[in-house]
Structures are given as structure tokens and as C-alpha cells.
Design a protein around this ligand. Sequence first.
Ligand code: ATP
Ligand code: MG
Length: 573
Amino acid sequence: MNGDNVGPNFIRDIVEEDVRANRDGGIVVTRFPPEPNGYLHIGHAKAVCLDFGMALDFGGRCHLRMDDTNPSKETEEFVEAIKTDIRWLGFDWGDHFYYSADYFRKMYDIAEELIRHGHAYVCGLSQEEWKTYRGVPTAPGTPSPHRDRPADESLDLFRRMRAGEFADGELCLRSRIDMASPNIHFRDPVLYRILHTPHYRAGDSWCIYPMYDFAHPIEDALEGITHSLCTLEFEVHRPLYDWVIDRMDELGMLKSVNGVKIRPRQREFARLNLSYTIMSKRKLQQLVAEKRVSGWDDPRMPTLAGLRRRGYTPEAIREFARRIGVTKFESLTDMALLEHCLREDLNRRAPRAMAVLRPLKLVIENYPDGDEETFDAVNNPEDPAAGTRKVPFSRELYIERDDFMENPPAKFHRLAPGREVRLRYACYVTCTGVEKDSAGNVTAVLCKFDPQSRGGGTPDGRRVKGTIHWVSARHAVPAEFRLYDRLFTKENPADESDGSPFVDHINPASLETVQGWVEPLMAFAAPGTPVQFERLGYFCPDLRDAEPGKAVFNRSVTLRDSWARAMKAGKED
Ligand code: ATP
Ligand code: MG
């Protein structure tokens, strides 16, 4: 994973320029700071690939830091899931794993220093009152009546806040910056709030918690982060980020490396939005809590755990991150591109096999009952080294129900009465009739085969238009197939501006389960290993439910590449 992990983009240009100018001594240290209040999703993967990829590309390192300053929804389960997902994506933080909570004591001490130096004060305005005081960007705000409270008095109140003498929201610690700034985030923002809520890691040792905007630059400064990359919504918070860094500098708390003082800088990029799904952790949590999906790792979820279970590979996700690039503009990325990246990857390495999802029996009347033979099948046409395997064949096979039509239209090139098709790798068969149940449904297709065509030869040069897949009924293993579609029917379900909540647009047909058959070797496929079932798509045995003797396959993606088709059509226009 050395070299060019990230591809060209404006962040890369900035980092390159910083290294060239020998800023921070020419080193690159980034961090990925998830809040452990949910599982990582494909949007986080974009940030992970950028943070870790940039460090790799410039010979630096990337820290993993649990941004756990908000005690209410964070858990150790999420911490572990986040680590698993980042490792799975192929990235490594070495020894640099941190918790924001482990800095609480230091942050508290820094806050006291800021009070002593007149940079912060304890304020008694309620949140509602503050809205009025803070005002609007077009006119200066009104200073809090507590803004000029003597430092000693603020210090005393702050200590009593920490000691638990006040209720939630009764007081807060405010920075003393600029009530006239056109950027209202710069008008004396809150640094500490009272929250009588225990923390999953710090226990009940704190009842005041630092705000993200205060905690984050302190953590970056203490760890010596050079490039703090985040999403665009933080752009308006950047002056505050710089303000905290300046205070850290004044306090002599910026980290030095080889005698060079590291000054962290924040850079913002547009977050990933993906069509037909959602990225908000709160909304994903809601899907899980309301049991609209089976869990965070439901294969329809855009979480990394869900994508992994669906059969996505780290390589496909990293390639996707490269392809979407990094910009300053919000946009909606087409889900078809993500699927395209998966197909490209699996096409190269997934072995081929045959399966039948919706079985219809095919009986070869001129094939002796009790006889059997094997045919050689190519394991991967993209990879000659993958070799061939033996596929068993006998008188009774299963074929796909929709590969047969009793009264087909002219363009139907598969099996129909009187028509001949090639059974993949095996031989030619011609349909001689059908068997039906009392309701008139076709229960079996009767055929005769041409012994001259054994092994795929063309006896007299005659050509058939259709090739269909099959499995030998006697040898096949029963399997469950889970066929997935998009989780939402609306292109951008996160947009609720028309008044309809996102859950109203869940696709009722996002999961179809069918019972079919796979060729015998597939009974032993290890969970998670990809396979292409010919003509049906890429699948993998489910990580949770598949076991020896119980074949359960998730369809990762079909073979129809709507992205490649759209690109081709675009070129021809
Ligand atoms: P939410 O808004 O749903 O709570 P979040 O952005 O707060 O999500 P974090 O755990 O704080 O979630 O995110 C960790 C990092 O991942 C942040 O640096 C954030 O900017 C980045 N990130 C989150 N969502 C996306 C996205 N859709 N695209 C790119 N980066 C993202
Ligand atoms: Mg966040």
C-alpha cells in the first residue's frame, strides 16, 4: 500500500506544498477521529482512506482517536467495531491509538489557564437567552453580563461546576473572543458544559465535559498532528480551531519534534453522499433500533460491517474512494459507481461456479439413468492460473425457471419446446416436451442431448444462440440465496424537505430470499469468500449464518454494470 493511495486532489496539493516548504519540519501526521456512537459507514471510509492514505503517501503516520467527549451515546462496542473496520480496510495506526477522554484532566487544566489569562469566563445565561445575546451575523452580538466577571470568581465557579454543585445547563464556561465577529461561531463559544452523565470510559469522575470545538484542537496539538482533515461543515469553526491552537502556543503546549514546533492546521473537504442510502449515524441507529434492518451489519446497510457481510472487499472500497476523489463541493455520488468498483475487483479474482436460484427440473431422456460423468469448467476466465474443476453431470439437472418458456417470443434464445441450447461446459440439449402438475404449471422440462456435443464441442458446426447454467440434481447442495436491492426507493432519502421522513422511503423489496442449489464444491466455501455464480452475479457465503453443511449466500452485486453502461452511453452521445 505504498505510493499513491489517495490520487490527485487539492488536499494532496496542500500537503505536498507544506512538505516542500518544510513546514512542521516536513513531516505529515494526520488523525481519524470517529465518535464511538455507531458503526463506520462508507462516508467514514472516504475520510479513513484520505487520512491514512495521505500519511502513507508522505511517509508519515495517522493516529486513530476516539472522539468521545459526548458521554451519552458512546460505548466500547462501537470502539471495537471501529478498530475492526479500519484494520479490515487495510490501515494501521501502530501505537497511536487515543481516547479524547484520556485528555479530560489536561483539558480541564488548560481551561483553568484560559480563565486565569482572561480568555474564558463562567457564564450563567441559558441556551435560550444566549441565542438572543449572540445575535445574527449582520449585527454585533450583545456581550454576556458575565463577560467581565473577575478571573478569580470564574475560577471558583468553574471548580464548583466540576465538583457537581450545579445542575445541567445552569452554568457554562465560555471563551472570551469577539462578540462583534461576523462569524457567529466566533462569538464567545462554549468550551465546557455541565452534564451529569457518566462516561463509558471515564466513569462518573466528570460532570462537566469539553465541547468538541475546544477538545479537538487541544488533542491535535498534544499529539503533534500536522494536518487535521475534516468535512466542510467545520469550515466555519476553523477560526475557533486556530484560536485554541494559538492559546496552546501561548501556554507552550504545542508539541515539538526535533526542535520544530508542530502547529496543526485544519483543512476541510466535502463529505460523501451516496444515492439510495443515508449516511447519518443517527438515522442508521434509528433503522437498527426500529428493527427495520437486522442490525448494524445488515448487508443492506452502508456501514463497513454491512458492506463486508454483503461481500464488498477492502480493495473495492479503497478504489471507490480514489475514484470519487476529494473536493470542496457537496454532491450526491451514484451508488452504481461503488457497485462498479466491486465488480471490477471481483471480476479479476472471484472464482466462477454454477448455482440455480429458482430451480426447474430438466430431465435428459436419452441419458442413462444411474450414469454420471464430469465436465471440466473454467474457474476464472480472467485468471488462467485459477485452472479448471470437475463439475458432475447426470440425467436430472436443475436449470433456472426463467431460462425456459413454453410459449416464447421470437427473441427468446433460451430453452423452449423444440429449441436447442448449450448447457454451459456440458453439451447441447433440445427440448422435447414438458411435465405439468394438475394446475398446469410446468414441473419438469424434458430434453434429449446430442452425445456428439459432449464437453462443449460443436458436432456439425451447428450453432446455438443460448447458453444456460445448470447443476446436477443428484449432486447439488441446497442453498439459501439472499438477493439484495437498494435500501431506499428515493434517490436522496436524507432530504426530508418535502415533509416525508426517510423511513417512508424504505424499499419493501430490498431483500428477497430464495431456496436453490449450488454445485457440490460450494458447500465448503469459507464465509466471506467471493464467488461468481455464472449469469447471476457475485455472491459470498454469509459471515453470520453460513456454516459447514448450511449454504447461505448473499448476493453482493449483479453482473449488470449500470455504471459502465452509463459511461459508454455518455461517450457515444
Ligand atoms: P454524523 O454527522 O452522522 O454524526 P459524524 O461526521 O459526526 O457523523 P464522526 O464519527 O464524528 O461522525 O466522523 C468521524 C470522521 O469521519 C470525521 O472527521 C468526519 O468528518 C468524517 N466523516 C463522517 N461522515 C463522512 C462522510 N459522509 N464523508 C466523508 N467523511 C465523513
Ligand atoms: Mg462528528
